[in-house]
Design a protein around this ligand. Sequence first.
Ligand code: PNS
Length: 164
Amino acid sequence: MEKMAIYPGSFDPFTSGHLDIVQRAVKIFPRLVVAVAVNVRKLPTFTVEERVAMLEETLSGMDRVEIDSFSGLLVDYARHKGAHVIVRGLRALSDFENEFQMAHMNRRLHPELETIFMMTSQEHFYVSSQTVKEVAFFNGDVSGVVPPAVLKRLNSRRQGGDGQ
Ligand code: PNS
């Protein structure tokens, strides 16, 4: 049976740090589902449809990568997909506590589901969706830290004057 892993996230928007994790995870797992969460706890800047579209444009050449979205609990989505591995990226120590809590809660809810952490490459350590949006909003240059499909949308929001 081919091991499928899920890489879940808000991806609001997808950054070069996320891309780094996808490129490395796909070398380990024969199938990788990049799953956009319809996250009820966060008010997103981009709609799920926009986030999925940016992912599709960015990851279009990767045939072992599937793009999807889910709502509700991640463990239920993993069951539905038949996946037993969750991939998460870790940047600094500040990510750790939240990730630790999520991994343990998910394991409690679904004991067969394993969470694997990958260290973000050094050059992406400081990149987060939040900082990217803030810099872009104030007309800063984010061209090196987001894929072109994301840059395009960030720029169009900025020019349209309705960016958040
Ligand atoms: O990119 P993010 O915002 O760090 O991703 C967090 C995400 C979407 C993976 C997490 O919030 C999640 O799994 N949400 C789905 C709802 C869920 O299962 N919550 C319980 C987690 S213990």
